[in-house]
Every structure is written in structure tokens, then in C-alpha cells.
Design a protein around this ligand. Structure first.
Ligand SMILES: Nc1ncnc2c1ncn2[C@@H]1O[C@H](COP(=O)(O)OP(=O)(O)OP(=O)(O)O)[C@@H](O)[C@H]1O
Length: 376
């Protein structure tokens, strides 16, 4: 299955407000792409357009050379002719069919012989752990079980493109974790191209090969999960991806306090690197896990901080600190001995600078490079 390409795609509903604006996006063959963003950012609309359930108001959608939508050419291929498997939040199982028959339904439509149908349905139900409820009806299942039957129904058909809209949202935390691993395995084994909508950044980071972040109908960045985490394109992505979120401190007209301290350090590492309108930072960001406590390992940025609270969470410790004029959170994966009121040294070797338009200033990357041997 070749790549899915969206070119200049837009969608507005009646009122004129754009749900999706000028979207250029390529989902590479065999990718597991997560469309990630806050509620209302246009990710479901994008998925529904790929599926053919909504028609774009501008642009082109193609799979390889096959154009599925072209507003300019008046071309539209209906969902059933796109050869894609869909699982949506409202999983729409047939209420009058048993679980087994629901899963067999798509295979029946494709005229798969009865014996093979049965075997494929059972294998798919086993995969999502609802094989024990095979002879029940949807109304006799929990929401989470229904969601898994919907997944099984799609998996049984084995399509080369799977479109999933928050298919794990009704599952409890443990099952969600299990299903994430399961979906990842299914992706690796089947070689299918998956487009997966979620507002959960952890879900996106853990499963995707590529993440596309959207906000207010516009694409913000497309990148591999760790690239996006390490080099977010702008302030929006920086704050949306990562938990707890990156702390971003605005730089005032005459930078003082924490922002001033960070900028002076940046300037000292790469003299002149921050000059010029293009490269003038308006904000500085630090991820909580990049803020360390204790003696710095070398010539990294450091300041004294007052511990305000220590919040142990089993495997990690979140510490609220007051650093100069700013409250910051640090996350440590080793026990924190400090107590409220203690003065400690905090340091970081990784900060992010943002320009006036919110874009991240990558020119500065590496300037804070740690002393050799420092723990990254
Ligand atoms: N059928 C519709 N008619 C009118 N407006 C719509 C329709 N569907 C979506 N919208 C609007 O389009 C925008 C994008 O909606 P969309 O469902 O794509 O967002 P989303 O990112 O998937 O959100 P969520 O995570 O809440 O599902 C929203 O402002 C929404 O209100």
C-alpha cells in the first residue's frame, strides 16, 4: 500500500469556521501515524476525510497515484471503495448480532468461506481478549469489551490501511496499556499503515512511528516521537507533548530573574548567537525531567532554588521549586532527600528557546552541551 497524501486539504462546516486548514500531510507506507492534539483541533475530521466519511472543501487526498478526493476535479471515492478499515469512538456494533457474528460480518460481505471466516473471527477475538464472550450480544458487554469487539471486527478483515479514532478511550488503564502493546505488535506483524487519532500524548509517543500534532485546524509538526519530544517545532508542541509539561518562562523587555539567568548562560556558551531579530528569544523552556538537583556535573546552567514541596509517586519524585522569581517543577527518578524550605542547587543542560512567532530557535541547539561524562 503506497503512502497516503493530503495536499492543501481544508474542511469547513456550514458556519464557515474551518475545522481543518490547508493541511499538507504524508502518511508513509507502513507508518503508524498518530494525529495528536487537543479537543476540537480537527483530528477526527482529518481521519474522516481520509476514510471518505467527510468530503474536503478544498484540496486532494490520494493513496499513491490513486486520487480519492479532489475538490478541483470534482472527484470523490466513497468509503466502501477505499479499502480501509475503520474503528471509531462510537463503535457501532450490530445489536442483533452476536459478538462472533459482528466480527464475521465484514468477512461475510467479502465472501470469505465459512470455515475461514470462523477461524479468522476467533483469532481476532482472542487477540483482543474477548473470545470468552463470543456468543454474547453487544448489550451484554461493557463499553471496553464493545470497543475491543470493534477492533477485532476490523482486524479480522486485515486491511492494509487502518483508521482508528480513539479506539482505546473506554478501556481501563491496565487494558489500555496492554492494547497499546498489542496494537504495536499488530502493526509490526501486519505491515499495515495505521492512522490513529488521540488527544493523549503518551499514547502517541508510545505507539507511533510518526506523530502529527494539530492545533486549531492547523498542522504544527510531523516528526518521529523522540524527535518531537527533543526538538518541538514551537511553543504549542513543546507544551502539549511531555508530561508534566515543559515550563516556559517569558522573557520580558529587560530579562531579569530566571529568564535572564538562562539567557545570560546561553549567550555565554555561544557569544553572539542570540543576536538579531530572527534569533531573539521571547521565551525559554525547561522540561521538568531535564531540571536536576544537586551539584552540576560541569559548566551547565545552575541556580540556587528553594524546595517548596516534594511529591513522591512510587517510581518518581516531583519537586516544586522556587528558582529566583519563578516556580518550576523538577521530576527525579531517584529518591529526593530534600525537604520543604531547603535550599538546593538546580541545574540543566537542556533548555529550549522560542522566538517571537513561537517557533523554537534550533540555532541554539547544543550550545548548552554538557561537560563530558555528564548524565544526559
Ligand atoms: N458535523 C459537524 N458540523 C459542524 N462542526 C463540526 C462538525 N464536526 C466537527 N465540527 C467542528 O470542527 C472542529 C474540529 O472537530 P474535530 O471533531 O475534527 O476535532 P477533534 O480534534 O477530533 O476533537 P475531539 O478530540 O473532541 O474529537 C470543531 O470545532 C468541531 O466543533
Amino acid at each position: 500500500m503506497p503512502a497516503i497524501t493530503l495536499t492543501g486539504v481544508a474542511k469547513s462546516y456550514g458556519g464557515g469556521e474551518h475545522a481543518v486548514r490547508n493541511l499538507d500531510l504524508t502518511v508513509p507506507d507502513g507508518a503508524f501515524m498518530c494525529l495528536l492534539g487537543p479537543s476540537g483541533c480537527g483530528k477526527t475530521t482529518t481521519l474522516r476525510m481520509i476514510a471518505g466519511l467527510e468530503q474536503p472543501t478544498a484540496g486532494t487526498i490520494a493513496v499513491g497515484d490513486r486520487v480519492l478526493d479532489s475538490v478541483e476535479r470534482g472527484l470523490y471515492v466513497p468509503p466502501e471503495k477505499r479499502g480501509m478499515g475503520l474503528v471509531f469512538q462510537n463503535y457501532a456494533l450490530w445489536p442483533h448480532l452476536s459478538v462472533r457474528d459482528n466480527v464475521e460480518f465484514g468477512l461475510r460481505m467479502r465472501k470469505v468461506p465459512a470455515v475461514e471466516r470462523r477461524a479468522r473471527a476467533e483469532a481476532a477475538l482472542k487477540m483482543v481478549h474477548v473470545d470468552a464472550a463470543m456468543d454474547r450480544y453487544p448489550s451484554q458487554l461493557s463499553g471496553g469489551q464493545q470497543q475491543r469487539v470493534a477492533l477485532a471486527r476490523m482486524l479480522a478483515v486485515n486491511p492494509s490501511v487502518l483508521l482508528l479514532d480513539e479506539p482505546l478511550s473506554n478501556l481501563d488503564a491496565r487494558l489500555r496499556l496492554e492494547m497499546r502493546a498489542e496494537l504495536k505488535r499488530i502493526h509490526e506483524e501486519s505491515g499495515a499503515t495505521i492512522v490513529f487519532v488521540t488527544h493523549d500524548q503518551l499514547e502517541a509517543l508510545t505507539m507511533a512511528t510518526d506523530v502529527a500534532v494539530m492545533n486549531e485546524g492547523e498542522l504544527q509538526q510531523v516528526a518521529a516521537p523522540m524527535d518531537m519530544y527533543d526538538r518541538p517545532a514551537n511553543r504549542f508542541v513543546a507544551e502539549f507533548v511531555g508530561s508534566p509539561p515543559m515550563a516556559i518562562v517569558d522573557v520580558g523587555p529587560s530579562p531579569a530573574g530566571l529568564a535572564g539567568s538562562l539567557l545570560r548562560f546561553a549567550e555565554s556558551r555561544v557569544p553572539g548567537s542570540l543576536e538579531g531579530a530572527q534569533c531573539s528569544p521571547t521565551a525559554v523552556g525547561i522540561r521538568p525531567e531535564a531540571l536536576r538537583l544537586g551539584p552540576p556535573p560541569g559548566a551547565t546552567w545552575c541556580e540556587e532554588a528553594v524546595v517548596e514541596a516534594v511529591l513522591p509517586a512510587g517510581s518518581s519524585w516531583t519537586v516544586r521549586l522556587r528558582v529566583l522569581d519563578t516556580e518550576l517543577y523538577a521530576v527525579s527518578y531517584t529518591p529526593v532527600e530534600a525537604a520543604p524550605g531547603d535550599v538546593v542547587t538546580c541545574w540543566t543542560e537542556r533548555m529550549h528557546l522560542f522566538g517571537a512567532d513561537g517557533a523554537r530557535l534550533s540555532a541554539w541547539d547544543g550550545a548548552a552541551s554538557p561537560a563530558k561524562g555528564a548524565v544526559a
